[in-house]
Design a protein around this ligand. Structure first.
Ligand SMILES: [Zn+2]
Length: 130
């Protein structure tokens, strides 16, 4: 399946939108991404130790939007069925509601895709609750 396409320069409505996208992407690609840096002006998401993957977003000075500034989408790690950044219940009602209540959130389709993937692959999660 096609995963989310990161492009340097992409603008996100807020830090939360960027983080939600990282989470959905993490689920889609089955990689345990985590945040190496997470503060009010920048967020850097990385993969496992030794893996060169990263995503770096920074707040734009004039308003509340965030922009993807640099990235490295090359992995050296394998895909994992264990996704560290989230739990099996990551698509909680709260998260879904948030996405659905905000038509500007571009990750809605991504979330739907990830959800389908999870359903399709649910055997892997049964008895393997985090
Ligand atoms: Zn990796």
């Amino acid at each position: 399946m096609t995963s989310y396409k990161w492009e340097v320069g992409t603008v996100f409505a807020s830090r939360e939108e960027f983080k939600d996208t990282v989470i959905a992407y993490s689920v889609q690609t089955r990689r345990g991404l985590r945040y190496a840096k997470l503060d009010l002006v920048r967020v850097r998401a990385i993969c496992q130790e030794g893996c060169p993957f990263w995503l770096y977003a920074a707040k734009m000075s004039e308003d509340e939007t965030w922009q993807l500034r640099s990235m490295n989408l090359n992995y050296t790690c394998g895909q994992s069925h264990r996704v560290g950044i989230m739990h099996t219940g990551w698509l909680s009602k709260a998260f879904r509601k948030k996405v659905e209540s905000n038509p500007k959130v571009k990750i809605k389709n991504l979330v739907n895709k990830a959800e389908k993937e999870m359903e399709f692959d649910s055997d892997n999660f049964n008895g393997n609750k985090v």
